[in-house]
Design a protein around this ligand. Structure first.
Ligand SMILES: Cc1ncc(COP(=O)(O)O)c(C=O)c1O
Length: 489
């Protein structure tokens, strides 16, 4: 129904307690009435004095709303003639019925590939018990982090508030280069480090820059579904590489693949099986990549959590100028919400990655990087990792004792010297069904089957033991066993 401007008072529903100012409310009502065709184009609107009286608001409020509408081209006024709704709207108004954008969603092929990728959401809020990959949030170093943020606030210059360097805050990259050289044997200069907002966006960047649709990407099977989703969203051809107790197996087919583009691996602690890639396999993989002209993507996501003995050095540093793009993340050593990770690229790729990255998200937030730099420089990160190593050793032990007590070998676990999760072997039981049953009572223990690209040859449930407070582990395992035990054959 069209209202003449005179009858427009009935359109207003002013809320004086609203957080939106009166002028904004009046402006919005008039604007949507014009756009939705409720007001006749060409008709005169009441004078500001008249409308102010009718609505019992100040005249200034109405003048402010009219000025805004005039500035945005909804109204026109002639000297001494009042204001009119612009006639141009007579032809160009959309139908009175609201446009429903839902009906017109059409995604591109690339968008569809993203939608088809397997990307279960990790729910926000307190972590569900045993959800894999989440650190001990109950032991977050509040005092030390606060201090690092305060110090960052003091040292950040006004120049740091401008756009920053694409690759990230140089002092942080310098401390990371030193840390990676000592603790992971990574060979790189600070210039080769690119700060990214997580391993996931790093993988997306790699896929975009280094692959075309249809390119052949070898990927651990079972493997990290974040990597699978990044490369399948880039419309690559994913080729499953089996995994045994020495990590990724370089099969005959892989050896003979002269068109391979890249391979994704988690050599320090294979996701999800926990296998540690042997030195022989590592060298074999480098030789393979070298001979095929392929890239190795090394995801070193949780290598800091090694509970006995020394971890093997990163694949990246085994030979000089290796064909490896190395990634590490603060999601495990610190917290996932910080969205901070680092990509180490060969020198020949530095400019390419920086240039291309500017198309995507320009760079990572500088103030957070400065705070992380302070946190590292003051030794807090090393202390935190050391504390978490002890805590996770304790939590794994408590978890294993509880599973022995309540699952009584119906789900079998093996102790592990590293990582943040364990795989529970469920034999021939349907792991997806068990995982769904657990989910119904608030536990997130993904099925091993969901980590496979092809047919799963093993069944199990993945348990993250690091995020459950030590004193709750026994009770939580007990609760879950009551749900799962009756389903286990
Ligand atoms: C193998 C692997 N890589 C990386 C990550 C973390 O990625 P991000 O840095 O995006 O949080 C995870 C998280 O669970 C993971 O399992």
């Amino acid at each position: 129904m069209k209202h003449s401007a005179g009858a427009l008072i009935s359109l207003f529903d002013i809320d004086r307690s609203s957080q939106h100012s009166l002028y904004k409310q009046i402006y919005s009502t008039l604007r949507s009435s014009i756009l939705e065709g409720h007001l006749e184009p060409g008709s005169r609107i009441p004078s500001s004095r008249q409308l102010a009286n009718e609505l019992s608001v100040s005249r200034n409020t109405i003048v402010q709303a009219y000025d805004q509408l005039q500035a945005e081209d909804y109204l026109e006024s002639g000297v001494g003639q009042g204001s009119y709704i612009k006639l141009q709207f007579a032809d160009s108004l959309p139908p009175v019925k609201k446009v429903h954008s839902k009906n017109r969603v059409r995604v591109s092929k690339r968008g569809q590939a993203m939608l088809d990728a397997y990307t279960p959401e990790t729910p926000a809020g307190p972590p569900s018990p045993f959800v894999p990959g989440i650190p001990a949030l109950d032991s977050f170093p509040y005092k030390e982090w606060q201090r690092a943020m305060q110090r960052a606030g003091r040292v950040i210059s006004s120049a740091d508030m401008n756009y920053g360097s694409t690759a990230g805050y140089l002092p942080l990259r310098k401390s990371l280069a030193a840390y990676l050289a000592i603790s992971r044997g990574v060979r790189c200069t600070p210039e080769q480090i690119i700060m990214v907002n997580g391993v996931q966006p790093g993988l997306d960047l790699i896929a975009r820059i280094l692959t075309d649709p249809g390119d052949r990407v070898w990927i651990e099977d079972p493997g990290h579904y974040g990597a699978r989703s990044a490369f399948s969203a880039a419309q690559n051809k994913l080729i499953p590489a089996p995994v045994d107790e020495q990590g990724l197996v370089i099969s005959k087919e892989m050896q003979n693949d002269d068109h391979a583009n890249l391979v994704y691996v988690t050599p320090s602690h294979q996701t999800p099986t926990g296998a540690i890639m042997s030195l022989e396999r590592r060298l074999q993989l480098i030789n393979w990549a070298d001979s095929k002209g392929a890239w190795i993507i090394e995801d070193d996501y949780d290598s800091e959590f090694r509970y006995r003995g020394q971890p093997l050095a990163a694949l990246q540093g085994l030979v000089e100028d290796s064909p490896v793009l190395y990634m590490g993340t603060f999601s495990k050593t610190f917290v996932p919400s910080i969205r901070m990770a680092y990509l180490v690229v060969p020198e020949a790729l530095v400019d390419t990655f920086c240039h291309a990255r500017r198309t995507v998200d320009t760079h990572s937030p500088t103030p957070l990087q400065v705070a992380m730099h302070m946190f590292i420089e003051e030794g807090h990160l090393t202390t935190h990792i050391r504390k978490m190593r002890n805590l996770y050793t304790e939590r794994q032990q408590l978890f294993l004792e509880a599973t022995q007590r309540y699952f009584n070998d119906a789900i079998r676990f093996k102790a592990s010297d590293s990582g943040m999760h364990l795989v529970g072997d469920v034999g021939q039981n349907d792991d997806r069904l068990l995982s769904q049953a657990a989910q119904l009572v608030g536990f997130v223990v993904p099925a091993l089957s969901d980590y496979f690209i092809g047919k799963a040859d093993r069944r199990g449930l993945i348990f993250g033991y690091t995020c459950v407070p030590s004193e709750e582990i026994d009770q939580k395992v007990k609760e879950l066993s009551k749900v799962l035990n009756p389903l286990l054959k």
